[in-house]
Design a protein. Structure first.
Length: 519
């Protein structure tokens, strides 16, 4: 009640203080994620956001003229500015430092990106305030808030090719509640965290009794403790000794021909030190050559490794696009005691391909980056095979799509993701990216081997825990063990469908219930 009163006192005819507090609420949410991992900041952020919405409603009820009323859409947009402005600010590094774009234009493009993303929370809060905030009991209201939150997170996995970043449920991988991830995946985790924030809000508003809040928290913790002890998958083959090579090559120099031999020799030298690994992994586009050009070099690397060593590396492959122009695949190849090739399916706009190419290509340097003419691989590609084990490969951005990873992982023994996080520089981007790889490992109950150019290279166990990693921004080799896992988690079997259906049913019921009626 005190929070609501305080917010109401600061509200004005134009609602600006409430908007700014909503931005603060959004800015707090990324503290839940790596590198901070303060997972309880998600409920805190939700509590503050709901308080802002309540204060907005109270303020509007005191205004007689519609034009004087503050906007829920604007409030949600400010929340989105805070969320994405703090959570994905690393986009500026990609555009300015590695996109050859001047500071003013890089700032403008970053701001436009953040403002565009913020439209989704704006629509989300507007729909909640319009259809769900005032039409049923307080408990149903915050349940519908959590359900709508999850559906808008899911929307971000596919709208305009998708940007599945900053999902609230990612925070649980570094919390005592990690057991919910193999049960229901990241969206179930998001639902629980947002609902928890809503219940705290109701308790502070004295709309539910304190013992109800305590009962919910005890139930959540007890259930989590039980889930943490469920072994969804089990080892099926002997352990593999793995070595992940991190070259730390400057992105600005990577594709310049005069440095090619230097970089090829770097990976050769690092790999020569590996004499006891079953599987060696190099990162995304580690070889700055096309596949047909790299065969003699890769054959030499394999000949210098112990017999029956498998090597997985990223490199580009020439392709012919549908319009007959030159194009490339961003690929992973398995060689040595391994076989297979995989072409990346989820491409990064502007980094790997240029949308509306005829319009944007050549306009500014950022729209003409080296190797930005990739095309997507087919949706049905066979898994890689290394040391007799089936490996589901993911390149960079692909690992952040929960159901995409699940589909690939279902028939695999092991997960491998390779990336070039040089694009993020010294920002929080690489650490957020690593955390999402941890979530995918926990969701599917599989080891995840993550090879990157400059960090964070890591071995992740089936519970999402990092068992070995390398420091960022230096050449390194990460050594450790990984094991083939058989069986499936509940999420691996059913994916996000159950929680999405539940949220849709909740919203449908809440929309049709009259105020004061209960289920």
């Amino acid at each position: 009640m005190a929070i609501s009163r305080a917010l109401q006192q600061f509200s004005t005819r134009k609602g600006l203080p409430i908007y700014l507090l909503a931005a603060v609420s959004g800015g707090l949410l990324p503290l839940s994620f790596a590198p901070y991992s303060l997972w309880m900041m998600t409920p805190v952020s939700v509590l503050l956001l709901l308080s802002c919405i309540n204060a907005l409603q109270r303020a509007n009820n005191s205004f007689s003229q519609p034009k004087e009323k503050a906007s829920a859409f604007t409030l949600g947009w400010f929340f989105g500015l805070g969320l994405f402005g703090t959570g994905v600010s690393w986009v500026y590094v990609s555009i300015h430092d590695y996109g050859y774009t001047g500071i003013p234009l890089a700032l403008l493009l970053t701001l436009a990106f953040i403002m565009g993303l913020a439209l989704l929370p704006a629509l989300q809060i507007s729909l909640y305030q319009r259809f769900f905030a005032k039409k049923q009991s307080p408990l149903l209201s915050i349940t519908s808030f959590a359900a709508l939150w999850v559906l808008f997170e899911w929307l971000r996995t596919w709208l305009l090719t998708g940007f599945p970043w900053l999902f609230a449920g990612n925070a649980l991988v570094d919390s005592p509640l990690v057991g919910w991830l193999p049960l229901g995946g990241v969206f179930t985790a998001s639902f629980l965290l947002v609902l928890t924030g809503g219940v705290f809000y109701l308790a502070l508003q004295r709309k539910i009794k304190l013992r109800s809040l305590l009962a919910l928290m005890v139930t959540l913790l007890v259930a989590s403790a039980g889930l943490n002890h469920i072994q969804w998958t089990e080892p099926s083959q002997p352990k593999l000794q793995v070595a992940l090579v991190q070259g730390n090559i400057d992105q600005n120099l990577k594709w310049k021909p005069q440095y090619r031999q230097q970089f090829l020799q770097l990976y050769r030298n690092l790999t020569q030190d590996i004499q006891d690994a079953d599987l060696v992994i190099w990162p995304e586009t580690a070889v700055p050559l096309l596949l047909e050009q790299s065969k003699p070099y890769l054959a030499q690397i394999i000949s210098e490794l112990p017999e029956k060593t498998a090597l997985i590396t990223g490199l580009p492959q020439r392709a012919v696009s549908t319009d007959g122009n030159q194009a490339f695949y961003n690929s992973v190849i398995a060689t040595g005691d391994a076989d297979g090739i995989y072409h990346k399916q989820k491409l990064v706009p502007f980094g790997e391909y240029v949308p509306l190419e005829s319009l944007f290509r050549g306009m500014i340097s950022f729209f003409n980056l080296p190797m930005s003419s990739f095309i997507a691989g087919d949706s049905a590609q066979p898994l890689l095979v290394a040391k007799g084990q089936s490996i589901a490969p993911f390149i960079c951005y692909e690992v952040v799509y929960p159901d995409f990873v699940r589909q690939q992982a279902q028939s695999s023994d092991l997960l491998v993701t390779i990336s070039n996080d040089s694009w993020f520089g010294h920002s929080v981007g690489p650490l957020q990216h690593l955390q999402m790889a941890q979530v995918r490992a926990a969701e599917n109950g599989r080891y995840m081997l993550r090879g990157t150019n400059n960090g964070v290279t890591a071995i992740i166990d089936p519970q999402g825990r990092i068992t070995a990693s390398a420091p960022q921004f230096e050449p390194a080799i990460v050594r450790g063990e990984a094991q083939s896992m058989s069986g499936h988690t509940a999420f691996s079997r059913y994916g996000s469908t159950p929680i999405l259906l539940l949220c849709a049913v909740i919203l449908l019921l809440c929309f049709n219930l009259k105020k004061g009626r209960s289920i």
